[in-house]
Design a protein around this ligand. Structure first.
Ligand code: UDP
Ligand code: MN
Length: 350
């Protein structure tokens, strides 16, 4: 059978033993976020600048939530390029981080746009792979039924075997030409002609559901990842909403200096519950994914312009950065102007 490198056996026992002799690591579900990009300079002149900002966003998210982050920019398997590069890295990260219960793969072109949102790990306690998607769409054989750019995968033997099965459909595997055609005939809306990892995942969910399905959680209750085109236009309104909150907060803070963080908590809870127009507007999408924009190569999907991608990424990055900057007392008032910041209208920290 195929394996991404030498097959690893009994990983669950080995990991359990490691945790037994390193008891300080045993508490809580640790996450290691893994992301990366190509080994060479980006072809697109602004590509490396964007990669830096995209990485900063992930570092900030991890700082907020106490997770580790690993950025990989080498091809561990020279045949596994592009989106296939992540599978050998995931496997290596599992073995290198026995302390981590979860490996969180986040594509470089995916941006955390709600920095405060904590992934509800408790919900996934009986699952090993969490992906954004819908089972009913998987059954309808749609290429967009899941997204393979952002996922949580448990550090366990099941995952190592799943990764081998998954990556065996790629250029690392023994029959790469065949897989492109098989996927194309299975998924009518698949555009890319070759074998891709998203199609490979859907193939496994359809054809080997018995074997893997019960350990795969398709998340659709919140924006585990969302397609950027549906998100970026709404970010300005959410920013306005939050700046309004900031002004109200300023007034409130002057009245009850010690009550501020409590008030923020209440605001957030109300936002989640209340379906009112304004509150709907301030709900932040968790992860915004710039699928198709290819910031590094610049080979964007021709159904939109590069300017759409660029502006969208600036908006999402500045929107996310506002949640970082507010802690330092500043804000980007205009999401399209990355260099402009103004002090918040009241004293911080809150
Ligand atoms: N990637 C990598 N090494 C490479 C090329 C790509 O780690 O040499 C990663 C990078 O994080 C990228 C992801 O693979 O975001 C998937 O590719 P892309 O986002 O372009 O696919 P899309 O989401 O547009 O389908
Ligand atoms: Mn992507």
């Amino acid at each position: 059978s195929y394996s991404v490198g030498e097959a690893i056996k009994n990983w669950d026992d080995k990991r359990r033993e490691w945790l037994r002799v390193h008891p300080s690591f045993g508490v809580g579900d640790r996450i290691v976020l893994v992301t990366g990009s190509q080994p060479s300079v980006c072809k697109n002149p602004v590509g490396d600048h964007l990669q830096l900002r995209l990485f900063k966003n992930k570092v900030d998210y991890c700082r907020f939530h106490g997770c580790e982050v690993f950025y990989n920019n080498v091809l561990l398997d020279p045949k596994g390029t592009g989106f296939w590069a992540k599978y050998p890295i995931l496997r290596a990260a599992m073995v290198a981080h026995p302390e981590a219960e979860w490996i969180y793969w986040v594509d470089s072109d995916a941006i955390f746009t709600d920095m405060e949102f904590k992934v509800p790990l408790e919900k996934y306690k009986d699952h090993n792979l969490v992906v954004h998607g819908w089972w009913h769409m998987v059954k309808q054989q749609s290429w967009t039924s899941v997204n393979a750019g952002v996922f949580l995968i448990r550090n366990c033997q099941w995952s190592l075997e799943f990764i081998d099965e998954w990556a065996s459909m790629g250029p690392q595997g023994p029959a790469k030409e065949k897989w492109g055609e098989t996927q194309k005939s299975l998924l009518k809306d698949k555009l890319y002609p070759g074998s891709d990892d998203q199609s490979a995942l859907i193939y496994l969910l359809l054809k080997q559901r018995q074997k893997w399905g019960d350990k795969v959680y398709l998340e659709s209750e919140y924006n585990f990842q969302s397609y950027w085109l549906g998100v970026v236009d709404g970010l300005d309104n959410i920013t306005k909403g939050y700046m309004e909150v900031d002004r109200e907060m300023g007034k409130l803070r002057r009245r009850h200096a010690e009550k501020v963080s409590e008030f923020y908590g209440e605001m957030r809870e109300q936002n989640m519950k209340d379906k009112g127009m304004w509150r709907e507007n301030v709900r932040r999408p968790f992860v915004t994914h710039f699928t198709g924009c290819e910031p590094c190569s610049g080979d964007y999907n021709p159904t939109y312009t590069w300017e759409d991608c660029w502006n969208g990424m600036q908006k999402a990055l500045n929107f996310a950065d506002n949640q970082v900057l507010r802690r330092y007392g500043f804000v980007h008032p205009d999401l399209l102007n990355s260099s402009l910041v103004t002090p918040l209208p009241f004293d911080f920290p809150a």
